[in-house]
Design a binder for this molecule. Sequence first.
Ligand code: ZN
Length: 337
Amino acid sequence: MLINEGFKIEYGRGITRNLFNAFQGSLVITLPEIWDALETSFSEKPEQILFVETLEIDELEKLSEDNRNISTIFGLGGGRVADVAKFLHWKNRATLFQIPTIVSVDAFFTHEIAIRDNGVVKYIGDAIPELIYVDYDIIQKAPVKLNRSGLGDILSCHTGLFDWQLADRQGEKPEWNEQLAIRTRKVLNDVTANAAEIQKVSEKGIKMMTEALNWIGNQCYVQKHPRFEEGSEHHFVYNLEYVTGKHFIHGQAVCLGCFIMSLLQENEPEKVLRAVRETGIYITPESLGVSWDEIRDTFLTLNAFVRKEKLPYTILYEKDMTENFLKKIKMALAKSY
Ligand SMILES: [Zn+2]
């Protein structure tokens, strides 16, 4: 098993059922569609519910003013809910309990809060939940596609580590840390060895992913950088969003980025593709809701994109994304799906 470091997590079935009764003056932060789907999972209606609308900083500041007197906050949902709950907790020093409804992103396990400033992502603050409740009853109600996609932010360690080592050879900071790399690979291997469990969204699969995301989130905080878990595969996704103006299931898009970049890095692409397929994640453009033309535009502008955005040093500073390389990707995906 993994070494458990990071936030405190409680696992079980029905562990959140009576939770809202236990706290007076609490506020549940969620989304209307999540509350509609889960209302009957709780024995009592919470005193106050707040539906998340935006992550824009001005609106969040107003929200925290309006909720000055709240002493306990529950975040019930996915990434956006997690960040709003973290923000109100941090601003108002309220006790925070997180109840993820999917295991698809790392937002529950990171200290920093992702807000938007005029649409641009910014990371601020420091949030530490009292406890994260991983209630299998709740998580297994979510679409399997969302839960499986949690693999993305774990698999990104494979390409992220490679990019970080390249950067280190160029003399870039932060300095390569072999011990951290060994531990990261161990976490990644434990997860991919259990791909079938994640595919089934079994209790074991949910726990494996949660523990890995919690470990990664904690290491980002301890090491003060995310280079061991984020590199060119994420930069591909940022450019895909920029070029298409579309939003994606983050982990699914990152899995496509991982495969493409592992091939560009000549870094065991077949191993990456196998892990993605065994987890039941589809990474063809159709399954992401984009055309091959949009993928092509993303490819051909990616080298310029990372330079323009001054993104950290990766394989994309050493190798160009060409038409020929696109053909290679097309062939590999056609063979596998
Ligand atoms: Zn990510």
